[in-house]
Design a protein around this ligand. Structure first.
Ligand SMILES: [Zn+2]
Length: 442
């Protein structure tokens, strides 16, 4: 048993509480008790104590959409002219990068990403992987990196027709093999979804095959939906329907499906997403960086769509994305009221709902029975902190580098800012060596 106590406890969840000199009692991989430190000590006098005086204790952050494979792009120079639109960003950067990856690159890209997640307090994520010349076994590589760092992950491979039929087929087989393995292993830390890249790189035959497999395996799909206007236009021109309608035609909407982005969708599509309880991941920094547009998150949330927050590989922590979303939607809508309600709903309420579709244990809140995924943050508030104003402290005061200790499933992954499972210097040195070689092949 372990007590993480003597700090300011923020439970989050539907009945969010702030408890001074509070903490949690952890039994195995779950929270056994939440409350004042004295009560926890009385209940488990033998338990080891992590003293969090002057610190916040809160649930780990969750990320609803990311790409570990993008890690080696950091600092990489593009050849030729800079991409002038999103299609060129894909063709000149991401698709070339994914084609250059080896299985070892996949492993180290995941390792450095997950190390970054642990350091910035992200404890669970949904990853969307591509790597056209190293498909078979790639999800096992990411899973091995997740197991070593201790993070909770849901993985999939992005099936696409863009690299030809053999790669498309290999992508399907990779998803099938990995989903089957996860179903056998039933690890609370690792799960799988059927991945697809995006509507505009998936033809009718491939969509049919993926849908059949996902249905047979009992999973949803994870794909990009209408990230750019091109994706939305392509579906209408080629298939005579919007992307969400196209997915509905294959019975692919629902609470196990993750539709990342949804920047260019219609009111009818928003209604379909809401009534089918399909998950959406909003990635504000990525959308701005790719200049693809501003997703109508307020409209989606008002309609009842489960919109959560992802990073799309832009960062490993979630606070930066929250800060961006907080100001982006005010700016886009010309309304300073937007953000205060929407961003915490996406990051906390909806990400917790989304994670519940992919992991067995409740995440994103500290309550008895929930997963023991939590962080200790070195943040001493200079103004009163309450259950009602935590969000304001997060976007205007907290930083990801203030995360000191990270615990997943009751296991301490980082303590006093030191990663316990990996030698970070060694991992970074190896990653730099591999990235330099990849940049030569790129
Ligand atoms: Zn993405």
């Amino acid at each position: 048993m372990l007590i993480v106590g003597k700090g300011t406890l923020i439970t989050l969840g539907p009945n969010c509480r702030v408890i001074e000199d509070g903490g949690v009692l952890i039994d195995g991989d779950k929270i056994a008790m939440v409350g004042a430190t004295k009560e926890l000590q009385a209940a488990a006098p033998e338990a080891r104590m992590i003293d969090c005086r002057g610190r916040l204790i809160m649930p780990g952050f969750t990320c609803a959409h990311t790409h570990t494979y993008s890690a080696f792009a950091r600092g990489m120079a593009l050849k030729g002219e800079l991409p002038a639109n999103f299609t060129q960003v894909l063709e000149r950067l991401w698709w070339r990068l994914d084609q250059a990856l080896t299985l070892e690159d996949v492993y180290y890209s995941a390792l450095v990403t997950f190390a970054g997640c642990v350091k910035s307090g992200t404890t669970a994520l949904l990853d969307h992987h591509a790597g056209a010349n190293a498909i078979a076994g790639s999800l096992e590589q990411i899973a091995a990196a997740a197991a070593l760092t201790g993070i909770r992950a849901n993985l999939c491979y992005e099936v696409s027709d863009r690299d030809g039929e053999a790669k498309m087929q290999a992508g399907i087989e990779e998803n099938v093999a990995f989903i089957s393995k996860c179903a056998r292993d039933r690890s609370p830390l690792l799960s799988a979804t059927f991945g697809m890249h995006a509507s505009f790189t998936i033809g009718a035959d491939t969509m049919e095959k993926c849908a059949r497999m996902a249905h047979d395996l009992g999973t949803g799909v994870h794909l990009h939906v209408a990230e750019s206007r091109r994706d939305a236009n392509h579906s209408r021109a080629k298939f005579g329907m919007n992307i969400v309608e196209r997915l509905a035609a294959y019975d692919l909407l629902g609470p196990k499906t993750m539709a990342a982005h949804c920047v260019h969708i219609s009111e009818q599509e928003i209604e379909r997403l809401a009534e089918t309880k399909t998950n959406v991941a909003h990635n504000p920094q990525s959308n701005m960086n790719n200049a693809v547009g501003c997703a109508a998150v307020k409209k989606m949330l008002d309609a009842g769509v489960v919109v959560g927050m992802g990073t799309d590989g832009m960062s490993t922590g979630m606070i930066e994305g929250m800060k961006t979303a907080h100001i982006l939607h005010k700016f886009c809508q010309g309304d300073p009221r937007v953000g205060w309600d929407e961003v915490p709903r996406m990051q906390f309420d909806n990400n917790a709902r989304i994670m519940a579709n992919y992991f067995a244990q409740p995440l994103g809140q500290l309550q008895p029975g929930a997963a023991a995924d939590l962080i200790v943050v070195d943040y001493d508030p200079p103004t009163p902190l309450t259950a009602e104003n935590i969000y304001g402290h997060m976007v205007f005061g907290m930083t990801e580098s203030a995360v000191e200790t990270t615990i997943v499933a009751g296991k301490i992954l980082m303590h006093d800012r030191k990663l316990l499972a990996i030698d970070e210097e060694e991992v970074n040195a190896k990653a730099r060596e591999l990235a330099a070689k990849l940049w030569e092949r790129f």
